[in-house]
Design a protein around this ligand. Structure first.
Ligand code: HPA
Length: 212
């Protein structure tokens, strides 16, 4: 996809996730998602690439969930399991690739949290998310991943840390969209390289070939 639809743009989550079901019908087996996010984990730096290990669906807690409504059995079951949403083998392979490419000083793993946006977080909200176990926060991805998992797609996700989320009332720096775009541009080639290498090798996992 070239870009995506966001909840904050006013699209329903049904529309946001519609392309994922099209992929399924086209025979796609693996969904690779990327996004920009704010870093909550104190160890993260701007420009880090976080392999998404798990997520928190905060809008889902409030009833904004793409699978609400009648379940379409053609795609998946009513109560899908989400405990293994992000494929372990693909994450392991991505970690190995990041070592080979000498990316280890900026590749991390962590938990992504979705908020609806469009405003960035207050300091109190950011502190709450950190206490909840979130390593980064952004305004996308979770609905698509949820629908992908529901219909049996294998999922791999990368989150680029474009800014540090402010957790301290004494900090003067303010997050802005330009910073997010600038860091995304700076890391675009690294991200592309990781994804390209992953795609080139992912089929070896299916064939049970040792990828080392
Ligand atoms: N918060 C939410 N979404 C984001 C951020 C952030 O700090 N940075 C990039 N997307």
């Amino acid at each position: 996809m070239q870009g995506r639809f966001h909840l904050y743009e006013g699209y329903s989550l049904c529309k946001v996730t519609f392309p994922v079901r099209i992929f399924k019908l086209l025979g796609v087996e693996t969904l690779i998602v990327t996004n920009a996010s704010g870093g909550l984990c104190p160890d993260f730096k701007v420009g880090d690439i976080m392999l998404i290990k798990d997520h928190i669906n905060l809008p889902g807690f409030a009833g904004q969930h793409p699978l609400c409504g009648p379940n379409d059995e053609r795609f998946g079951i009513r109560f899908p399991c989400m405990s293994d949403a992000y494929n372990k083998d693909l994450r392991k392979l991505a970690l190995e690739i990041s070592q080979e490419l000498n990316y280890t000083n900026f590749v991390r793993e962590g938990v992504y949290c979705m908020v609806s946006g469009p405003n960035f977080e207050t300091i109190a909200e950011a502190r709450m998310l950190q206490i909840l176990g979130c390593d980064s926060v952004g305004m996308s991805t979770v609905p698509e991943v949820t629908v992908a998992k529901h219909c049996g797609l294998r999922v791999f996700g990368l989150s680029l840390i474009t800014n540090k989320v402010s957790l301290d009332y004494s900090r003067e720096e303010k997050v802005n969209h330009e910073e997010v775009l600038e860091i995304s541009k700076m890391r675009a080639e690294h991200l592309q390289m990781m994804v390209n290498t992953l795609i080139a090798r992912a089929h070896l996992l299916d064939e049970g070939i040792n990828v080392n």
